[in-house]
Design a protein around this ligand. Structure first.
Ligand code: ATP
Length: 136
């Protein structure tokens, strides 16, 4: 069975959406294998987002991710990597489809693309790397 790393980012935690997001993952039939609240440090976040290093949104993104706890979840299921990304919706919540986590719960605060509630691994290689990074 495939596994992916899901993060409920600090905006999701601070807005008390943890339960709602977990509910959607479970309702889809995916299994929660491990879960924890994490205050990520810069080292871990720098590694997590290394593909974006140097982009204009990189520093603000790291600051946002350091602004409060995230929930890290190891999620298992058939084709869960792709399936969770469909559940999450496209990156920008303003245009993410209704029915998705970002489309239903995200909103444009001027930082909508940054504060988009969740992260999900985008490939089997990313999932392996990210699960090792967040769950040692
Ligand atoms: P994720 O990898 O977090 O599931 P994603 O694959 O939809 O999201 P990426 O392009 O990998 O998006 O970007 C990673 C994260 O960086 C986004 O989830 C968002 O928080 C932030 N981000 C991406 N593009 C921008 C942007 N133009 N402005 C601000 N933040 C951005």
């Amino acid at each position: 069975v495939e596994e992916t790393l899901v993060l409920i980012k600090p905006d999701g935690v601070v807005r008390n959406l943890t339960g709602e997001i977990l509910r959607r993952i479970e309702a889809k039939g995916y299994k929660l294998v491990d879960i924890k609240l994490v205050e990520a440090d810069r080292g871990r976040l720098g590694t997590h987002y290394e593909e974006h290093a140097g982009k204009p949104f990189y520093e603000p993104l790291l600051e946002f991710m350091e602004s409060g706890p995230s929930v890290a979840i190891r999620v298992a299921g058939n084709r869960v990597i792709e399936g969770f990304r469909v559940l999450a919706g496209t990156t920008d919540p303003t245009t993410a489809a209704a029915g998705t986590i970002r489309g239903d719960l995200g909103r444009d605060w001027g930082l909508a693309v940054q504060q988009n509630l969740v992260h999900g691994s985008d490939s089997p290689e990313s999932a392996e790397r990210e699960l090792a990074l967040w769950f040692d």
